[in-house]
Design a protein around this ligand. Sequence first.
Ligand code: PMT
Length: 420
Amino acid sequence: MSGPRERKVQDPAAPLKDVEIVVGVGGGIAAYKACELVRLFIKAGAKVQVVMTRRATKFVGPLTFQALTGRKTFTDLFSLTQESEIGHIQVADRADLVVVAPATANVCARLAAGITDDALTSVCLATRAPVLLAPSMNVNMWQHPITQANLRRLVDVAGTFVVGPGDGFLACRWTGPGRLAEPADIVEAACRVLSPQDLAGKRLVITAGPTHEALDPVRYLGNRSSGKMGYALAAAAARRGALVTLIAGPTALPEPVGLDVVHVEDARAMEAALGSHAWGASAVIMAAAIADFRPAAPSDKKLKRTEIGLQPTIVLDSNPDLLGGLGAERARRGDGPLLVGFAAETHDVVGYARAKLTAKQVDLMVANDVTEPDAGFAVDTNRVVLVEASGTREIPLADKAVVAHRILDRVVELIAPRAR
Ligand code: PMT
């Protein structure tokens, strides 16, 4: 059977579960990082077959991969035992995804030319599964027009996916692009290849984290939001092909890779960021816990105990209702993004969420009970109810990454009939 390369489509919440991944290891110093990559793939539920070039075996022993995968490492196309026991066509046929890491300049050149003089290049040409390359080489080799042309050819002609290379200090002591992408980023790229791209080309604006409302240059009024729910939504949307703008209040979370992140401090800065980004978007998802009030007269100098007395009074002003403002403006314009809010409640969770759905004129409220120890603020899991005018749907307790995908499943359905 021949035809275009097939792409297995998995649940985006666990796209590597039970998939067959061939990890092709090229002969570069970054070959040692492929060990961590294989470990991460296996941890994510994949079954891994490693195929090494002869030169790669000079950097890492095949036995290391054999111990990690529980499978014989395939190194020699011309070995009678390996070819009969493993067989490059069987490996190629069985694969759901082939990941080459590191993809050296030499491997890229041979793949671009269709040369199949070893096990790795043969598997890459014989497979109908998608191929993801993680290039790694000296900066000058990477920037060489021949290497660039080879990569373009692989992408344009063969539909090959590419992740990285990263920029930084290289093993050859040069600095610049050429570093193998971090193993976690290669895993995420693999997840994207196997996930439905049902948000491809859609622009999503997602808010996350708390706001800090300044009292003076040192102190602020804030809340318990860690940003985990909003960041999980942003990562999940990016995995499904969305162009994500994450508007984030102050959090301690690592900077997400490959997203447009706008950092803001307080509610009014979040309002300004939303004003710049919301109206061109397909959907706005407001997971941020935005302060409803702010100190009316923040001091530009640190307040001294001696000046404010022992029982100071803080006078508060109301912050704007950002989501309500978007809902009202959309009603006025008669057009705008799908609007999704979160309702953080402590009792009558669905009742209050339903009231907010109407008051803020939005399409979907995601209600969570923030008094539950395993849901809401700061924890890694959540349990939510999707509240719409047409009814409710429960999403049971799960990791916030999984909950994010289940919310996006509904967002995908809701934006499908819309023009953008
Ligand atoms: O960040 P984590 O630690 O992972 O925690 C996740 C979460 C509990 C913060 C998240 O799941 C959540 O519930 N976020 C919404 C918190 C909140 O502010 O809820 P609310 O019911 O007060 O507000 C309702 C909606 O209006 C929210 O979408 C909120 O972003 C928005 N809002 C609120 C106040 C305000 N002035 N303007 C707004 O737009």
